[in-house]
Design a protein around this ligand. Structure first.
Ligand code: FES
Length: 111
């Protein structure tokens, strides 16, 4: 794993979230996050982060993150923590536990 070096600039975002929005043709053996609702869930997360006034948090749509079978998935950096976020309730939980309390939403974490 890469480590930050002493001369590196400060992190631009406190937490930078990449949320998979990939969609594959129907019937693809790996499935995809978009067909499991990731676009609406990501949009909800963006709205909630803004409504709550959370600073220096960025939620970006990503392409396939290669953990398709476990999705809808998102990865949070710089921590490098992966979550399965399959509902608005899951998003509420991860916002509270990870972004506001600076802990982990352990029940949602991917191994
Ligand atoms: S389709 Fe979402 S991780 Fe591959």
């Amino acid at each position: 794993m890469g480590e930050r070096l002493a001369g590196d600039p400060a992190l631009y975002f406190e937490t930078h979230i990449f949320f998979c929005g990939n969609r594959r043709p129907e019937g693809h053996p790996r499935g995809d996050c978009a067909s499991k609702g990731s676009e609406k869930i990501r949009d909800y997360m963006k709205v909630r982060v803004k409504e709550l006034g959370l600073q220096n948090i960025r939620v970006n749509q990503a392409g396939c993150l290669d953990r398709c079978e476990l999705g809808p998935c998102a990865v949070f950096y710089p921590e490098g923590i992966w979550y399965r976020l399959d509902s608005f309730e899951a998003v509420d939980k991860v916002i509270e536990q990870h972004l506001q309390r600076h802990g982990r939403a352990e029940e949602l974490m991917l191994p």
